[in-house]
Design a protein around this ligand. Structure first.
Ligand code: 8DG
Ligand code: MN
Ligand code: MN
Length: 363
């Protein structure tokens, strides 16, 4: 045989929630390519293909070493023939021609650029592309285009928020938000979630969960003083409507999609700045979610991500356990009852899964 499968690669689960995936990706060359293919499928509204490429990339991210031959991928789940072909091509030529073709494609480039603006999703991006628009300048100079409040802020702070956020910047924001939240409510609980909770060094935003020890007091918990922009969504959560027929990705908790100002002297080691920018501050994207305390664990698991990890946790619950899991609750369809979830560990125990630490959820 050309290559035997290393022992550590045996029995890789098809579910990301049964794999341990750190931030150390030994197969970035392959996963970057697969993510371009996934994104392109998404732009073409081919959800099945998009998911297949994302699953394949996620499996490769979990491997303890780099794939050096096609034989090494033998027995791995979720690698379809398209993915195999991509891996083979990269192994042979160091690049994938299909990926390069996509990256040169005018439509892909435009949709990627447009969706990089805060408040612009694939639908809006497609609409602008169909109108013949190709650049920000063309969009901003087109009188017929009505930007909403979120998109206007997205363009206004584009330079800053399209740049990564460092761990030090996230930490500084945590202190500021903590101080503000505690000033309003001294016993409030604040948790850093998202990529930074998973141990990532850089992120595209900073995600927080806020709640109060006493149920109900979290209602209307508002922030003042540091907000440049606030896309506020009041709670639409209704416990009597659970379990919802389709346990969804989006949740009903009160939340804010923010852009906040962070000052130079608030960050240890200073700000990440654009060249030539001498301002004493930068704008940063922050997500703030306020679940009631009895939903804290499910919300924390959902908002810690990664997206792929949580997606597979839901799929595992549904397919393997006849349970429904989302940001609000864990429901057992066989017993027809909600399961008590005080901590993340409880959720893993109910699902019969080994606990996976946040830093191992980078699927
Ligand atoms: P990054 O910001 O460093 O790029 O990575 P991330 O922190 O993992 O991604 P994110 O886009 O900030 O999302 C963090 C988690 O929040 C992710 O698992 C998805 C989850 N999430 C929900 N509901 C919602 C929602 O309504 N909007 C967004 N943007 N994310 C949500 O559970
Ligand atoms: Mn994030
Ligand atoms: Mn976020």
């Amino acid at each position: 045989t050309v290559c035997s499968t290393p022992a550590a690669v045996d029995n890789v689960s098809q579910y990301a929630c049964q794999r341990r995936t750190t931030t150390e990706n030994h197969n970035k060359m392959f996963t970057d390519a697969l993510e371009v293919l996934a994104e392109s499928s998404e732009f073409n509204e081919n959800e099945g293909r998009c998911l297949a490429f994302r699953r394949a990339a996620s499996v490769l991210k979990s491997l303890p070493s780099a794939v050096r031959s096609l034989g090494a991928t033998q027995g791995l789940p979720c690698l379809g023939e398209h993915t195999e072909a991509v891996i083979e091509e990269i192994l042979q030529f160091g690049r994938c021609f299909k990926v390069e073709e996509i990256q040169c494609d005018e439509r892909y480039q435009a949709l990627k650029l447009f969706t990089s603006v805060f408040g612009v999703g694939p639908k809006t991006a497609e609409k602008w592309y169909r109108r013949g628009l190709r650049s920000f300048k063309e969009i901003l100079n087109e009188p017929a285009i009505q930007l909403n409040k979120m998109q206007r802020a997205g363009f206004l702070y584009y330079r800053d928020i399209s740049k990564t956020v460092s761990k030090a910047e996230a930490q500084a924001l945590r202190c500021i938000i903590e101080e503000t939240v505690h000033w309003i409510m001294p016993d409030a609980i604040l948790a850093l979630t998202g990529g930074f909770r998973r141990g990532k060094e850089y992120g595209h935003d900073v995600d927080f969960l806020v709640t109060t020890p006493e149920l109900g007091r979290e209602e209307g918990l508002l922030l003042h003083g540091i907000l440049l922009y606030c896309e506020h969504q009041g709670t639409t959560f209704d416990a009597t409507k659970l379990p919802s027929c389709n346990f969804e990705a989006m949740d009903h908790f009160e939340k804010c999609f923010l852009i906040v100002r962070l000052y130079e002297d608030q960050v240890e080691g200073g700000l990440q700045r654009n060249p030539g920018d001498s301002r004493a501050w930068r704008a940063i994207r922050v997500d703030l979610v306020v679940p009631p305390v009895d939903r804290y664990a499910t919300a924390l698991l959902g908002w810690t991500g990664s997206r792929q990890f949580v997606r597979d946790l839901r799929r595992f619950a549904r397919k393997e356990r006849r349970m429904l899991f989302d940001n609000h609750a864990l429901y057992d369809k066989t017993k027809k009852m909600f399961l008590s979830t005080t901590t993340e560990e409880d959720i893993f125990v109910h699902l019969g899964l080994e606990y996976v630490e946040p830093w191992q959820r980078n699927a």
